[in-house]
Design a protein around this ligand. Structure first.
Ligand SMILES: [Zn+2]
Ligand SMILES: [Zn+2]
Length: 288
Protein backbone atom coordinates (compact mmCIF):
# COMPACT_ATOMS: atom_id res chain seq x y z
CA UNK A 1 0.00 0.00 0.00
CA UNK A 2 1.24 3.43 -0.96
CA UNK A 3 0.16 6.82 0.27
CA UNK A 4 0.54 10.41 -0.90
CA UNK A 5 -0.81 11.88 2.30
CA UNK A 6 2.58 12.88 3.74
CA UNK A 7 4.99 15.71 3.06
CA UNK A 8 7.58 15.71 5.82
CA UNK A 9 10.06 18.32 4.59
CA UNK A 10 9.31 22.00 3.93
CA UNK A 11 10.63 25.49 4.68
CA UNK A 12 9.12 28.89 5.46
CA UNK A 13 10.47 32.42 5.95
CA UNK A 14 11.55 31.25 9.41
CA UNK A 15 14.60 29.93 7.56
CA UNK A 16 15.36 30.12 3.84
CA UNK A 17 11.89 29.43 2.43
CA UNK A 18 10.17 32.25 0.56
CA UNK A 19 6.63 31.93 1.95
CA UNK A 20 4.98 32.46 5.32
CA UNK A 21 4.03 29.42 7.38
CA UNK A 22 0.34 30.10 6.64
CA UNK A 23 0.89 30.08 2.91
CA UNK A 24 2.98 26.89 2.99
CA UNK A 25 0.19 25.24 4.99
CA UNK A 26 -2.39 26.34 2.43
CA UNK A 27 -0.34 24.95 -0.45
CA UNK A 28 0.09 21.66 1.41
CA UNK A 29 -3.64 21.32 2.04
CA UNK A 30 -4.39 22.40 -1.54
CA UNK A 31 -2.14 19.60 -2.80
CA UNK A 32 -3.95 16.95 -0.74
CA UNK A 33 -1.29 16.63 1.97
CA UNK A 34 -2.90 15.36 5.16
CA UNK A 35 0.21 15.04 7.34
CA UNK A 36 2.59 17.95 7.01
CA UNK A 37 5.86 18.81 8.66
CA UNK A 38 7.52 22.20 8.61
CA UNK A 39 11.27 21.61 8.90
CA UNK A 40 13.00 24.97 8.91
CA UNK A 41 16.79 24.98 9.27
CA UNK A 42 17.93 24.90 12.89
CA UNK A 43 14.83 26.61 14.23
CA UNK A 44 11.42 25.70 15.59
CA UNK A 45 10.14 29.27 15.51
CA UNK A 46 7.47 28.39 12.93
CA UNK A 47 5.78 25.62 14.96
CA UNK A 48 3.20 27.81 16.70
CA UNK A 49 1.91 29.31 13.46
CA UNK A 50 2.03 25.91 11.80
CA UNK A 51 -0.12 24.25 14.48
CA UNK A 52 -2.69 27.02 14.09
CA UNK A 53 -2.67 26.99 10.29
CA UNK A 54 -2.98 23.19 10.12
CA UNK A 55 -5.87 23.19 12.54
CA UNK A 56 -7.72 25.78 10.48
CA UNK A 57 -7.20 23.73 7.32
CA UNK A 58 -8.06 20.40 8.93
CA UNK A 59 -4.67 18.76 8.35
CA UNK A 60 -2.26 17.15 10.80
CA UNK A 61 0.89 19.09 11.68
CA UNK A 62 4.00 17.17 12.75
CA UNK A 63 6.54 19.51 14.38
CA UNK A 64 9.90 19.14 12.67
CA UNK A 65 13.28 20.77 12.16
CA UNK A 66 16.24 20.26 9.82
CA UNK A 67 19.45 20.24 11.86
CA UNK A 68 22.72 21.20 10.17
CA UNK A 69 25.35 18.65 11.25
CA UNK A 70 28.97 17.83 10.55
CA UNK A 71 29.45 15.41 7.65
CA UNK A 72 29.21 11.82 8.89
CA UNK A 73 31.50 10.27 6.26
CA UNK A 74 33.77 11.64 3.53
CA UNK A 75 32.20 11.78 0.10
CA UNK A 76 33.38 9.31 -2.55
CA UNK A 77 34.26 10.66 -6.00
CA UNK A 78 32.93 7.55 -7.79
CA UNK A 79 29.57 7.82 -6.08
CA UNK A 80 29.26 11.55 -6.89
CA UNK A 81 30.06 10.81 -10.51
CA UNK A 82 27.55 7.96 -10.63
CA UNK A 83 24.82 10.33 -9.42
CA UNK A 84 25.90 13.20 -11.69
CA UNK A 85 26.72 15.52 -8.83
CA UNK A 86 29.53 18.11 -9.02
CA UNK A 87 30.31 18.07 -5.34
CA UNK A 88 29.09 16.78 -2.02
CA UNK A 89 27.39 19.15 0.41
CA UNK A 90 29.58 20.59 3.18
CA UNK A 91 27.23 19.46 5.94
CA UNK A 92 24.74 16.65 6.53
CA UNK A 93 21.15 17.56 7.31
CA UNK A 94 19.23 15.62 9.89
CA UNK A 95 15.45 15.90 10.00
CA UNK A 96 13.92 15.57 13.44
CA UNK A 97 10.22 14.99 14.15
CA UNK A 98 8.29 15.25 17.38
CA UNK A 99 4.87 13.77 16.57
CA UNK A 100 3.94 13.34 20.23
CA UNK A 101 5.46 16.40 21.82
CA UNK A 102 3.16 18.53 23.93
CA UNK A 103 4.17 22.22 23.87
CA UNK A 104 3.93 22.17 27.69
CA UNK A 105 6.34 19.26 27.94
CA UNK A 106 9.66 20.20 29.53
CA UNK A 107 11.46 18.39 26.74
CA UNK A 108 10.10 20.97 24.30
CA UNK A 109 11.99 23.81 25.99
CA UNK A 110 15.07 21.64 26.48
CA UNK A 111 15.22 21.05 22.75
CA UNK A 112 14.60 24.72 21.94
CA UNK A 113 17.49 25.68 24.25
CA UNK A 114 19.80 23.19 22.58
CA UNK A 115 18.98 24.59 19.12
CA UNK A 116 19.49 28.23 20.05
CA UNK A 117 23.26 28.52 19.55
CA UNK A 118 22.96 26.74 16.19
CA UNK A 119 20.25 29.07 14.99
CA UNK A 120 21.46 32.32 16.53
CA UNK A 121 24.91 31.75 15.24
CA UNK A 122 24.16 32.92 11.71
CA UNK A 123 24.12 36.65 12.46
CA UNK A 124 27.26 36.87 14.63
CA UNK A 125 29.05 34.69 12.10
CA UNK A 126 28.06 37.03 9.25
CA UNK A 127 29.21 40.03 11.29
CA UNK A 128 32.60 38.38 11.80
CA UNK A 129 32.96 37.62 8.10
CA UNK A 130 32.08 41.22 7.24
CA UNK A 131 34.70 42.48 9.70
CA UNK A 132 37.31 40.24 8.07
CA UNK A 133 36.41 41.49 4.59
CA UNK A 134 36.59 45.09 5.74
CA UNK A 135 40.04 44.43 7.17
CA UNK A 136 41.01 42.97 3.81
CA UNK A 137 40.03 46.25 2.13
CA UNK A 138 36.54 45.23 1.00
CA UNK A 139 34.11 47.13 3.24
CA UNK A 140 30.56 45.75 3.35
CA UNK A 141 27.67 46.79 5.60
CA UNK A 142 25.60 44.23 7.48
CA UNK A 143 22.40 45.94 6.31
CA UNK A 144 23.45 45.49 2.67
CA UNK A 145 23.79 41.72 3.16
CA UNK A 146 20.62 41.50 5.24
CA UNK A 147 18.62 43.18 2.47
CA UNK A 148 19.50 40.28 0.16
CA UNK A 149 18.31 37.65 2.63
CA UNK A 150 14.63 36.82 2.96
CA UNK A 151 14.89 34.71 6.09
CA UNK A 152 18.15 33.35 7.39
CA UNK A 153 21.26 35.15 6.26
CA UNK A 154 24.11 33.22 4.65
CA UNK A 155 27.22 33.35 2.53
CA UNK A 156 25.37 33.49 -0.85
CA UNK A 157 23.91 36.84 0.23
CA UNK A 158 27.34 38.17 1.15
CA UNK A 159 28.70 36.98 -2.20
CA UNK A 160 25.94 38.88 -4.00
CA UNK A 161 26.95 42.15 -2.31
CA UNK A 162 30.62 41.52 -3.11
CA UNK A 163 29.74 41.22 -6.80
CA UNK A 164 27.66 44.41 -6.70
CA UNK A 165 30.51 46.34 -5.12
CA UNK A 166 32.90 45.09 -7.77
CA UNK A 167 35.20 43.25 -5.31
CA UNK A 168 34.76 40.08 -7.34
CA UNK A 169 33.48 39.22 -10.81
CA UNK A 170 31.06 36.52 -9.70
CA UNK A 171 29.60 34.80 -6.65
CA UNK A 172 31.74 31.77 -7.46
CA UNK A 173 34.83 33.96 -7.34
CA UNK A 174 33.76 35.32 -3.94
CA UNK A 175 33.64 31.74 -2.65
CA UNK A 176 36.84 30.65 -4.38
CA UNK A 177 38.97 33.59 -3.25
CA UNK A 178 37.53 34.89 0.02
CA UNK A 179 34.55 33.35 1.76
CA UNK A 180 34.81 29.64 0.91
CA UNK A 181 35.76 27.17 3.65
CA UNK A 182 39.19 27.92 5.08
CA UNK A 183 39.73 31.14 3.07
CA UNK A 184 40.76 34.54 4.53
CA UNK A 185 37.25 35.93 5.15
CA UNK A 186 35.65 32.64 6.21
CA UNK A 187 34.38 32.00 9.74
CA UNK A 188 33.61 28.45 10.86
CA UNK A 189 30.08 27.62 11.93
CA UNK A 190 30.00 25.11 14.79
CA UNK A 191 27.84 22.08 14.05
CA UNK A 192 26.84 19.03 16.08
CA UNK A 193 27.83 15.59 14.86
CA UNK A 194 25.03 13.34 13.59
CA UNK A 195 25.36 11.24 16.72
CA UNK A 196 25.09 14.26 19.05
CA UNK A 197 22.00 15.52 17.25
CA UNK A 198 20.42 12.05 17.27
CA UNK A 199 21.01 11.70 21.02
CA UNK A 200 19.48 15.08 21.78
CA UNK A 201 16.41 14.47 19.61
CA UNK A 202 15.88 11.06 21.24
CA UNK A 203 16.21 12.52 24.72
CA UNK A 204 13.46 14.97 23.80
CA UNK A 205 11.13 12.25 22.54
CA UNK A 206 11.66 12.74 18.80
CA UNK A 207 12.77 10.61 15.87
CA UNK A 208 15.25 11.40 13.10
CA UNK A 209 15.60 10.92 9.37
CA UNK A 210 18.68 11.67 7.27
CA UNK A 211 17.67 14.34 4.73
CA UNK A 212 18.33 14.18 0.95
CA UNK A 213 21.02 11.46 1.13
CA UNK A 214 21.94 11.82 -2.54
CA UNK A 215 23.79 15.07 -1.70
CA UNK A 216 26.49 13.34 0.34
CA UNK A 217 28.28 11.10 -2.18
CA UNK A 218 27.99 7.91 -0.12
CA UNK A 219 26.96 4.58 -1.72
CA UNK A 220 23.47 3.56 -0.46
CA UNK A 221 24.56 0.42 1.41
CA UNK A 222 27.31 2.29 3.26
CA UNK A 223 24.92 5.11 4.11
CA UNK A 224 22.32 2.76 5.57
CA UNK A 225 24.99 1.09 7.72
CA UNK A 226 26.23 4.46 8.94
CA UNK A 227 22.72 5.50 9.95
CA UNK A 228 22.13 2.23 11.78
CA UNK A 229 25.42 2.56 13.68
CA UNK A 230 24.63 6.11 14.72
CA UNK A 231 21.05 5.60 15.84
CA UNK A 232 19.37 7.47 12.96
CA UNK A 233 15.80 6.12 12.80
CA UNK A 234 15.02 6.66 9.16
CA UNK A 235 16.31 7.84 5.78
CA UNK A 236 14.61 10.31 3.45
CA UNK A 237 14.84 7.93 0.50
CA UNK A 238 11.79 9.56 -1.07
CA UNK A 239 13.19 13.07 -1.48
CA UNK A 240 12.01 15.18 -4.42
CA UNK A 241 15.50 15.45 -5.93
CA UNK A 242 16.13 11.69 -6.07
CA UNK A 243 16.02 10.07 -9.50
CA UNK A 244 14.00 6.85 -9.72
CA UNK A 245 16.96 4.48 -9.76
CA UNK A 246 18.61 6.03 -6.69
CA UNK A 247 15.38 6.15 -4.72
CA UNK A 248 14.66 2.52 -5.56
CA UNK A 249 18.16 1.27 -4.68
CA UNK A 250 18.23 3.11 -1.39
CA UNK A 251 14.74 1.95 -0.50
CA UNK A 252 15.73 -1.67 -1.16
CA UNK A 253 18.79 -1.40 1.13
CA UNK A 254 16.64 0.21 3.79
CA UNK A 255 14.16 -2.68 3.54
CA UNK A 256 16.94 -5.24 3.79
CA UNK A 257 18.15 -3.67 7.05
CA UNK A 258 14.67 -2.89 8.41
CA UNK A 259 15.41 0.83 8.26
CA UNK A 260 12.29 2.99 7.85
CA UNK A 261 12.01 5.70 5.20
CA UNK A 262 10.51 9.19 4.99
CA UNK A 263 9.37 11.43 2.14
CA UNK A 264 9.66 15.12 1.50
CA UNK A 265 9.34 17.74 -1.21
CA UNK A 266 11.89 20.01 0.52
CA UNK A 267 9.60 22.82 -0.59
CA UNK A 268 11.32 26.24 -0.47
CA UNK A 269 8.99 28.28 -2.67
CA UNK A 270 7.00 28.64 -5.85
CA UNK A 271 9.65 30.75 -7.59
CA UNK A 272 11.90 27.66 -7.61
CA UNK A 273 9.24 25.87 -9.62
CA UNK A 274 8.52 23.57 -6.67
CA UNK A 275 5.20 22.21 -5.44
CA UNK A 276 4.56 20.48 -2.14
CA UNK A 277 2.95 17.07 -1.77
CA UNK A 278 2.45 14.25 -4.29
CA UNK A 279 5.18 12.21 -2.63
CA UNK A 280 4.27 8.54 -2.97
CA UNK A 281 5.67 6.36 -0.17
CA UNK A 282 4.99 2.77 0.98
CA UNK A 283 3.00 2.94 4.24
CA UNK A 284 4.61 -0.15 5.75
CA UNK A 285 8.09 1.41 5.76
CA UNK A 286 7.13 4.96 6.69
CA UNK A 287 8.93 6.26 9.79
CA UNK A 288 5.69 6.71 11.75
ZN1 LIG B 1 18.70 20.22 3.60
ZN1 LIG C 1 15.34 21.21 3.56
Amino acid sequence: MWTQDYDLHSHSTNSDGEHSVDYVAELMAGNAVKNWSLTDHDTISGWKDAYAAAEKLGINFIPGVEITCECGLSAQEDELELRNRDRASKSWHLLAYFPNLDPNDQRYSAFAEWLKPLQNNRIPRMEKMIAKLTELGMPVKFSEVASKAGGSIGRPHLAEVMVEKGYVESKTEAFELWIGDGLPAHVIQPKPSIREAVEMVKKCGGITSLAHPIYYGIPPAKLVDYCLENGVDSIEAFHRSHPDDYRYQLWQYCKEKSMSVSCGSDFHGESYGQTPGSMAIPIAELCF
